[in-house]
Design a binder for this molecule. Structure first.
Ligand code: NAD
Length: 363
């Protein structure tokens, strides 16, 4: 069925415009081949919004984003040592815009795939016998609850300074992300590893109970529970065992960074933040890389793979997403590399050429 894809685009700052341009090129080519059309709405966020409006996020951006089916983003932020954006108070800086839009759009589920392509295994810090054949896992982190959003205070009690942070989850917050995790597992390897600390924490015991209830609706998906300390070890011992790793906010914060670093290539890592509808914000895991901005050397693959995730999760265009992922794999197989993933004997190319090649390999 032909579709008109209504996509918001936040180019952002630093390398943002360069990498988003390549992702749009690949999206346009994919749409052309599969009979869809892409309708883009440009949105301002972060430093670009500060320059235009004095604030990192405007109501206009939020309203326009809400009218889109999904938003593709480059990255926001600048070099804090030199950029005038960082002379502003923290609530007016570029990163505040990102937190603001996540909140305004109720993006509670953060997805970070960690894929080790066999061709890039040289960048992986793990031993070869562990990574042979590559791995492909997805960390699904709850993003709007738990310890980072609980009540906190620092008080003096009997002359001793004491700090409190509270970790709270209600069953609805757990259920909605568990449903998302099982839906996504159905599109992948049909396994969910739910990570908690149920031997200690009440919030984890409730987490486990609700996840088990949700699992009953997905008989095809295998569910296992794992304690977070064990998961941290297993990610480096045997990452191939994982498909979807479902976890709460703080555990996910730590585990998603661990999982992405075992791949060794920041320019390759996509991410998505979803709400209860099909809407999602899709962006590379890396930042705006001001050190290489404007040089035409940034790796656009993370953004291109984020666009593939967008087709898969917001538009249910699985074939089209597969085509993009396969085109990326082919470019790597043929030995083309941007500078960040370059190794001996390979062919180094720039941002634009990488986008051109991936677009030309869409079938
Ligand atoms: P960074 O991810 O921008 O850069 C870290 C290193 O990785 C740099 O050497 C950079 O050149 C390299 N790198 C990152 N993406 C790359 C790519 N696509 N291709 C090739 N190399 C790449 O992290 P940082 O330097 O700590 O942060 C820079 C700015 O980005 C800061 O303002 C920070 O707040 C912001 N940031 C934004 C996001 C986001 O938009 N979601 C995420 C992280 C950081």
């Amino acid at each position: 069925m032909d579709m008109n894809l209504n996509i918001g685009v936040i180019k952002g700052d630093g390398i943002g415009a360069e990498i988003v341009a390549e992702a749009m090129k690949v999206l346009d080519r994919t749409a052309e081949i599969y009979g869809h059309t892409c309708d883009y709405t440009q949105l301002l966020l972060g430093g670009a919004s500060i320059d235009a409006h004095g604030v990192p996020l405007t109501d206009e951006t939020v309203e326009k984003a809400k009218k889109c089916s999904a938003v593709l983003m480059g990255s926001i932020g600048g070099d804090a040592k030199v950029s005038p954006w960082y002379k502003l108070e923290p609530s007016k800086r570029p990163e505040a815009g990102l937190l603001g839009i996540r909140k305004a759009l109720n993006l509670f589920a953060n997805l970070r795939p960690a894929i080790l392509y066999d061709e890039l295994k040289g960048a992986c810090p793990l031993k070869e016998e562990i990574t042979e054949g590559g791995f492909d896992l997805m960390i699904m982190r709850e993003l709007t609850g738990g310890l980072y959003f609980g009540e906190r205070k620092t008080v003096e009690e009997n002359g001793v300074m004491t700090a409190y942070d509270s970790l709270t989850y209600n069953e609805n917050e757990i259920r909605r992300i568990a449903v998302r995790a099982f839906d996504i597992a159905m599109k992948r390897g049909k396994k969910v590893t739910s990570v908690d600390k149920a031997n200690v924490l009440d919030s984890s015991r409730l987490w486990r109970k609700v996840v088990e209830e949700v699992a009953k609706d997905y008989p095809e998906v295998v569910l296992e529970h794992m304690l977070v300390d064990n998961c941290a070890m297993q990610l480096v011992k045997d990452p191939k065992q994982f498909d979807v790793v479902l976890t709460e906010n703080m555990f996910g914060d730590i585990l998603s960074d661990e999982a992405s670093m075992v791949t060794g290539s920041i320019g390759m890592l996509a991410s998505a933040s979803l709400n209860e509808t099909k809407f999602g914000l899709y962006e590379p895991s890396g930042g705006s890389a001001p050190d290489i901005a404007g040089k035409g050397i940034a790796n656009p693959i993370a953004t291109i793979l984020s666009a593939a995730m967008m087709l898969r999760f917001s538009f249910d265009l699985d074939k089209e997403a597969d085509a993009i992922e396969e085109a990326v794999a082919r470019v790597l197989r043929e030995g083309y590399r941007t500078i960040d993933i370059m190794s001996e004997g390979k062919t180094q190319i720039g941002t634009e050429k990488m986008g051109d090649m991936i677009a030309s390999y869409i079938v």
